[in-house]
Ligand binder design. Sequence first.
Ligand SMILES: [Zn+2]
Length: 122
Amino acid sequence: MSRNDEEVRKFLQRQHDAEAQKEKLKTYKNAAGTPLFEDYNETHEVQIIPDKSVKAAMFIPDPLNPKKFRAHPETIAAMRKELFMGGEDFVDLEHFVKCKSCKSELDFQFWKHCPYCGGSFE
Ligand SMILES: [Zn+2]
């Protein structure tokens, strides 16, 4: 476990504990029948800066700005940007798939293709 992994985990935990998370869940229920993410405002507030020194599939929070992250350009290309801030809310939709080339197990709801090698899913 690197220090960076630790930071991302802490960040995700903070998101999970927030009262705001409950409010967000309600919003999803209310939005039943309409696209889950009709309102992209929150997602747009998050900035992800390409940085080739960051490991694949990692998002490193900026210590000064919680809405800013650094990620490898390949990771940014592979992620489903609209789901990035979903966090724990999406646990029900968890759907693990395997990368055809490197066999990494990845949650399909977060990735368009493999962030490690760019491969497609099985
Ligand atoms: Zn792969």
